[in-house]
Design a binder for this molecule. Structure first.
Ligand SMILES: Cc1cc2nc3c(=O)[nH]c(=O)nc-3n(C[C@H](O)[C@H](O)[C@H](O)COP(=O)(O)OP(=O)(O)OC[C@H]3O[C@@H](n4cnc5c(N)ncnc54)[C@H](O)[C@@H]3O)c2cc1C
Length: 463
């Protein structure tokens, strides 16, 4: 049974839900607005109500009720996702998990931490640092661990430490009918039955609501060094990144920014970086180890025309550089006041990266839209960032055509339409193109088994 039209709650339903969550339900206009939009260029859609939950038990009761009443439920972390994920396209409730923000247990000996879904990544890292630990996955937004789990998020350190798919060991989740399940164990290895953990990671709130997560964490390295190198062209920088990965140097971060992105971050973060295609690096290890890594990387970059190689172990400079990289999305928007941005998220096998970036660059150069290219190139993932005027919605069709053209080329070369942002409402057709009818049919049958009434985030991942 699929939900096919908008559901608005009756007074009796609001009252019943209110009684399940000690009155934490709101139909206040500004609360509905803040839960009816995300960072995508999709037009906003308000939920009928916002329900704020504090425990797995409350989530279970709310879901059991909504399942019986056919009320759509869209989980909400901080709404930083980029493909219309949190938009309640069929009304119903937005289930806000942001107040489930307890860090339940830090286990330094096991290098794990267990958190509630609403814990934000920066708060988690602040707390972990007291034990000399850090959680590595670092999307540009201060997202919740529940949201990051549900989108299969990644970040600048994925090349070294992995994405959410590698770092979620165990989770507690609530199925559409209110059943609570525990998937995974706190072990590094697991071969027990179907991998429900990784089924739920990246399922975008369409299969279950995640309430608790156990993550891998790492010891803060003895030394961290940052480095920068400039290149004559985008292609040279990408080729250098590929060669560095192939050389086996243990880089912790390797990010590419084109000249426009550098211009944007200079203006936004008060930096004076040369406006040229640039690779940013980070190395983690012993003082001697990071120095050796930096030397090898400098040699490789120079083979590809890299110049002005600078490196530092000074903590303030390192942080400033990486903060600027993390702000690149906001810097790109700030450069065009009043505009919105559409970000692509292609990932390709490393050997195809230079071709993929060249195709994207050519397609964008032929378009009238301001744009920039940046990405986590060492893991084959890059973003094009296309600026659009929200007062001209007709631009969206033209941009979709451009991104579709790029994505089709990426898929044809064995890549994926999304390395880390997910499908949401924006990449449904691309998923079909990439995975094919039969694979999408399997996904739909899993959805039907776990959520037979289709209440969980309807209209996302597939139609
Ligand atoms: C400036 C900027 C930079 C970004 N950089 C990156 C990046 O480098 N890498 C990257 O991967 N992403 C990036 N993103 C996208 C975004 O931060 C991630 O998708 C993040 O994982 C979303 O987390 P959130 O808490 O905002 O989740 P939300 O946006 O609130 O939700 C995301 C999806 O997960 C579902 N969901 C949320 N919580 C739960 C839960 N507890 N249980 C079940 N489903 C749930 C929602 O229904 C929705 O479908 C960036 C976004 C911005 C704005």
């Amino acid at each position: 049974m699929a939900i096919t039209k908008r559901v608005d709650l009756s007074d009796a339903q609001v009252k019943a839900l209110s009684s399940l969550v000690s009155g934490r339900i709101s139909q206040n206009e500004s609360v509905l607005d803040s839960h009816g939009r995300d960072e995508s260029a999709f037009p906003p859609v308000r939920p009928s109500a916002v329900v704020t939950v504090h425990s797995t038990d409350e989530v279970s009761k709310v879901l059991a009720y909504c399942n019986g009443e056919g009320i759509p439920v869209v989980a909400f972390g901080v709404g930083s996702s980029l493909e219309g994920h949190v938009l309640p396209l069929f009304g119903g409730i937005s289930l806000d998990l942001s107040e489930m923000d307890s860090i339940i247990k830090i286990s330094p000996d096991d290098l794990t931490v267990t958190v509630q879904a609403g814990v934000k990544r920066m708060a988690l890292n602040k707390k972990l640092s007291n034990d000399g630990l850090f959680f590595s996955v670092d999307p540009g937004a201060d997202a919740t661990i529940g949201g990051m789990t549900s989108t299969g998020a990644a970040g600048t350190t994925t090349v070294r430490y992995g994405s959410m798919r590698e770092n979620v060991l165990k989770l507690t989740a609530v199925l559409a009918d209110g059943t609570v399940i525990h998937a995974g164990r706190e072990t590094r290895k697991l071969s027990a039955g179907y991998d429900l953990t990784r089924l739920i990671v990246g399922s975008e709130g369409t299969l279950a609501i995640v309430t608790e997560i156990t993550l891998r964490v790492f010891g803060i390295p003895e030394k961290m060094a940052a480095a920068v190198s400039r290149f004559p062209s985008l292609a040279d920088g990408v080729q250098a990144a590929i060669a560095i990965v192939r050389s086996g140097v243990a880089i912790a971060r390797c990010e590419f920014l084109d000249a426009q992105s550098i211009k944007n971050v200079n203006a936004h973060d008060g930096l004076t970086l040369q406006e040229a295609p640039t690779l940013l690096f980070e190395f983690h290890g012993s003082p001697r180890g990071v120095e050796e890594d930096a030397k090898v990387v400098q040699e490789i970059t120079s083979e590809f025309g890299g110049t002005d190689f600078e490196w530092t172990t000074e903590e303030g400079q390192r942080r400033k550089l990486w903060q600027a990289r993390h702000n690149a999305y906001w810097a790109g928007i700030a450069a065009f006041p009043g505009k919105r941005a559409i970000s692509t998220d292609a990932a390709v096998p490393l050997s195809k990266l230079a071709d993929a970036v060249a195709i994207a660059e050519k397609i964008l150069k032929e378009s009238p839209f301001p744009h920039s290219i940046l990405g986590h190139v060492a893991d084959g993932n890059f973003h094009t960032f296309i600026v659009t005027d929200p007062t001209k919605p007709e631009e969206l069709d033209a941009i979709r055509e451009l991104t579709h053209k790029t994505t089709s080329a990426i898929i044809a070369m064995g890549g994926t339409c999304t390395g880390e942002h997910g499908i949401g409402a924006g990449k449904i057709d691309s998923l079909l193109e990439e995975a094919g009818q039969s694979s999408v049919a399997v996904m739909k049958s899993i959805k039907a088994a776990l959520d037979p009434n289709g209440i969980l985030n309807p209209g996302k991942i597939f139609h």
